[in-house]
Ligand binder design. Sequence first.
Ligand code: ZN
Length: 664
Amino acid sequence: MSRYYLTTAIDYVNSRPHLGTAYEKVTADVIARYKRLAGFDVHFLMGNDEHSQNVFKKASEEGFHNNPVAYCDRMEEEFTSVWKALHCSYDDFIRTTQPRHKAAVQKLAQAAYDAGDIYEGVYEGWYCVSCEAFKPEKDLVDGKCPVHPTLTPEWIREKNFFFRLSKYRDRLIKHFEAQPSFLEPEIRRNEILRLLDAGLEDISMSRAGQSWGVPLPFDPDSVVYVWFDALINYATAVGYGTDDARFAQWWPADLHVIGKDITRFHTVFWPAMLWSAGVEPPRQVFGHGWLHYGGQRMSKSLGTSVDPMDAAAPKFAPDAGPDPIRLYLTKEITYGTDGDFTWERFEERYNVDLANNFGNLVSRVVSMADKYRSGRIAPAGDGGRLAGVAAASFERYRNAMDGFALHDGVAAAYQLVDAANVFIADNAPWKLAKDPGNAARLDAVLFEAAEAVRVAAVLLRPVMPTSCDEILRRIGAPVAGAALQLDDARWQSAGERTTIQGPPMWPRSISVPSGDMALTGHAPEVVIRPAKEKSVEEIPAGPGPALAPAGPADDARIGIEDFLKVELRVAKVREATAMPKSKKLIRLLVDVGEAEPRTILAGIAEGYQPEQLVGRTIVIVANLKPRPMMGTESNGMVLAASADGQPPILVAADDTLPPGTRVG
Ligand SMILES: [Zn+2]
């Protein structure tokens, strides 16, 4: 079995991780889980970076002045509890204060010293405490660090040991030429090539007069500079300095997943350090983009920070676990570029991708299998058009995931989910079920839909492990969990399956969309009438009996028996799409508690965008005769009210009422 060793960056522990930090860990976890699925023996490393002066300072502020390691112990618990809540499946969690790391740092520093690549000098210049970096005069803006304009840099003159980075420039250029995939994505590579073109200077690798760090083996009064110390963690974790056989087995690392701001450390400094010590550089580095919050840099001090724990249990779906945020971070951001997060967008994607799309598909397939075949489904033939879609999705997925286009891998799986939804609508199993003569066809349709769900769940498992295992269980998949292999995502036309019913995988979100003011009393003069009286050709269904004059002209009142003829029911909007040729109509797919959702054309486009409607609980007239309109059959009418000249407002029902509840 081929091995695959991947790592994330290690984090300073002077504050708790925010969602931007989590973005890196979750996407690296998706890669780790994909590699396991693809048959690799994976070793996935995460960890904390503790030898930072900022950590030392924070520990003092928190009352750990004499014992910063105790502060780091506490922060390890904070960090790992977040990573566990996000279901990050790391195999090892390194801390740079561990004895194994001290051994590795001293071994590498000594090897570089012995190779003549470390020499003593004096550093004099500006130093930003917050960056923990020396700042060339030319990089200062008005005498301040550009990243920390509120701090005044310190002028420092101290004995430093320097690493002979300049020596490795030509070798680095050759390395980038020989291995173009060493740094991905390409935009990051071009930045580094420009840097190498400009030339490299030797860099300080030690600090004097500090106790917090690993002492230099050849000068115990100095400690190793935190950046030099930190990079070595990747080698430490697989035995460098402590277990040669293990190191030989796992090194070089296959992939370092890091933020785009530290590519220089990982693809220039780090290979040079390793070469100096006679060790191979890592095989590949991926520099991901930033996660912004509402278009702004995520920052605790700016109040633009999101707690990953909140994202793993969002208010709108508190029991959904971390899978929705894992899907959001993977699917909504082109991997390698910057992305954005807002709670509104997260909730919207949850409703669209999970509640209404994948979750609804699972519910429908399982409930139809239950209703029409008592939960026993068997293959009938080699699979129809969905088998072809599944094969194409599989190839697209594998190519995307192998190239770290995680967003496209998810899109490939959703291509199959979408096709399965269309397949069910086109084949209408509920109609097939009405005629025993269609039994074989119904068998084939049910199995094909179920098999598409199974394949999609295998493909999405690296992103949503818990949910996909549950879906595989419900769909009666022969294999699930850690035993799955990528080949299990190939179409299977054999084997009886037993499906298992369950509550909705992802119930529609329970928070009220902003702008929802239906029936809140803002417009006391509102009268209920069919939406859009004027455009008769666009009214989904004619005026309901209760809403039109029913008696003699001099008395418009009706008796209760007339009213009871009208069947008003609670309905939930599952899908809403604009009608391309109509300014007024929106095509709704609504759940009225029946075996299959209904299509209703509603003249409410002047009041709503289609995406505002999904998930709403509304009231419909359920017993109108179906009526063909604009190439579709409208099967019912939604109740809406509009004040004179105002856009229509839907009549809302309480969200807790189940679909199909009779109103009256
Ligand atoms: Zn700074």
